[in-house]
Design a protein around this ligand. Sequence first.
Ligand code: ADP
Ligand code: MG
Length: 249
Amino acid sequence: MNNAIEVTNLKYTYPDGKEALRGISFTVGEGECVGLVGPNGSGKSTLLLHLNGILPDSIEGSNAVTIHGNLLSEGNISSIRREVGLLFQDPDDQLFCPTVYEDVAFGPQQFGFPENQVRATVAHALSLAGLSGFEKRSPHHLSIGEKRRVCLAGVLACEPKVLALDEPTSNLDPRGKRSLHEILQSLPVTKLIATHDLEMVVELCARTIVLDNGMIVADGPTSELLGNEELMLKHGLEKPHILRHRHPH
Ligand code: ADP
Ligand code: MG
């Protein structure tokens, strides 16, 4: 299996001096779906922002992120951004167009797709996200769950080979969550999903990485890690209900 993502000794300190990542190393194979869990402030979002060089100083000097064998650099940043679709934790950081259509069309238009292909791609992405009919709505007047689905549609419209999703199910209602699970299951791409939704991790991710205080504290089979009550409690998490009946006390 080739590696889609390779992260080697990634360290990151915010300009105010907060050390958010303290030497993170892991690889994700092509097609793998990996859960990224950990308490608030453990560095999940900061880590995902490094996968396509969003953080201003993450491109230069670090030599820590490789996507499909290519070291992230100034020269290949735009092609890497095309390969890695990043769903931001806060939808308001992602949405900036007056209509849902324009927002979702932005990526494919940047890629220079002809207009009829853009339209078809947007229609498909909106239907995957359960948003057909939302084309003319203003993203800023949608509920937060709807906004999150617009962001997802925008990411899917770019047809990335790697999905880096930051808390994709937060603010979604149960139906929205189920349909997101189905969408993600149906996409044969590499996925790294930062989330507190441990039930989703159990359902979708064979492997989980546990982050705490900017370090990887565990990396292994989801059932083993999330079924380990002591490990979960130690890192501010809890054993998901769906794993409880598997190890009755
Ligand atoms: P998580 O996504 O796991 O909740 P984050 O990556 O958002 O964690 O944050 C990791 C650490 O970095 C936290 O201590 C957080 O307060 C800090 N942090 C996040 N964003 C910034 C920022 N823009 N400036 C300074 N510190 C930040
Ligand atoms: Mg976060």
